[in-house]
Ligand binder design. Structure first.
Ligand SMILES: [Zn+2]
Ligand SMILES: [Zn+2]
Length: 345
């Protein structure tokens, strides 16, 4: 008889590939949900439930996922998974890398911008962490949104404090070799102030500051707003600086600001300019990225992942960084976690 496959691992692999291909959280939910329901059950039990047809009676397991499980427990790669593996390798959302970009990707040790289901991500903290580790990362900075971004269920001070504790507990479980770092993607308010308590910002490992509102503000005001944020001693990274959206049905032009002034301030205050790898953002645009290199800025190459599979998008940012002459020694997430923390504190 053929050895059964790990059905939960197969379901999670399907979800990962769908997420990496930028499928909506909604489409992925069936697979993540079924994997969560079946996680921890032994293979014999799964085989019995599958054979008796009881699997679909479990809340969270549907026809499609039950069929995948039946194939896995029979020792066959699920058809659904096999088709995905064959098609997504050519996905437009995973850029094939040339030598320089591949070297940069290899040099990256972690990711400084990611979201969990605590704000607008699709998966819990542990699942993001587990996926980051399986991708070979040494660390993942969790940067959920701040309170004013209500559409993204931004975290209040209390919820952020609870998350900091949750991260500490998870790190205990994970042991050595990988760790989750605490963080936030804090909104830059209209006047350049940051949308979270000072003492909390001071406590976090990494603070990414981003503009999410009033993106069409006049150039002079936007420049002031960004300069105020960059000068704030808590800020470590300037997130997706132009706010542009280049694909999809939410297309949006770049915000207007004095890039020379903002990048000069980033260099002066030691704030890294983020190279955002999301396919619909690819921010900053290449001409601004080259300007930031000339200005002497440091960088982070981040995924801004809202689902585990999106953590595999770092190559998109590496490709752009390599094309714009970003030197690896100015990319902060090539550093080991301790050195990164020494820089960000
Ligand atoms: Zn953002
Ligand atoms: Zn984000």
């Amino acid at each position: 008889m053929t050895e059964p496959r790990d059905a939960v691992a197969d379901l999670r692999r399907i979800a990962f590939l769908l997420e990496r291909a930028h499928e909506s959280t909604y489409r992925v939910r069936a697979f993540r949900g079924a994997a969560a329901v079946l996680r921890g059950r032994d293979p014999d039990e799964l085989a019995r439930l599958s054979a008796s047809g009881e699997l679909v009676r479990l809340k969270g397991v549907g026809e499609v996922t039950a069929r995948c499980v039946a194939e896995s427990v029979a020792g066959e790669e699920p058809v659904y998974l096999r088709r995905l593996e064959a098609t997504v390798s050519s996905s437009a959302h995973v850029t094939p890398l040339d030598e320089a970009a591949a070297a940069l990707r290899t040099a990256l040790r972690g990711d400084c911008h990611s979201h969990t289901e605590a704000s607008d991500g699709g998966s819990p903290l542990w699942e993001m962490a587990e996926t980051a580790r399986s991708l070979g990362h040494e660390y993942l900075v969790v940067t959920d949104h701040s309170p004013r971004l209500t559409v993204a269920n931004g975290l209040s001070a209390d919820r952020l404090r609870a998350q900091i504790e949750q991260v500490a507990e998870l790190n205990e479980e994970l042991g050595s070799g990988f760790r989750v770092l605490t963080g936030i993607e804090v909104d830059i308010l209209d006047d350049g102030a940051l949308d979270q308590d000072e003492d909390l910002l001071a406590q976090l490992d990494v603070v990414v500051a981003s503009v999410h509102s009033k993106l069409r503000m006049p150039k002079a005001e936007m420049t002031e707003r960004m300069l105020t944020a960059v000068a704030n001693p808590h800020v470590d990274v300037l997130g997706h600086c132009t706010g542009r959206m280049v694909t999809g049905n939410r297309k949006r032009p770049e915000s207007e600001f004095d890039a020379d002034a903002v990048f000069a301030a980033c260099a002066e205050y030691g704030v890294a300019v983020e190279i955002n790898s999301r396919p619909e953002r690819l921010d900053p645009p290449k001409r601004l990225l080259r300007l930031a290199v000339e200005a002497g800025c440091d960088f982070t190459i981040d995924t801004d992942a809202h689902a585990p599979g999106q953590l595999d998008w770092l190559g998109n940012g590496c490709d752009r960084a390599a094309r714009c002459g970003v030197p690896a020694d100015r990319v902060l997430n090539t550093l080991p976690a301790d050195n990164l923390l020494a820089r960000s504190r």
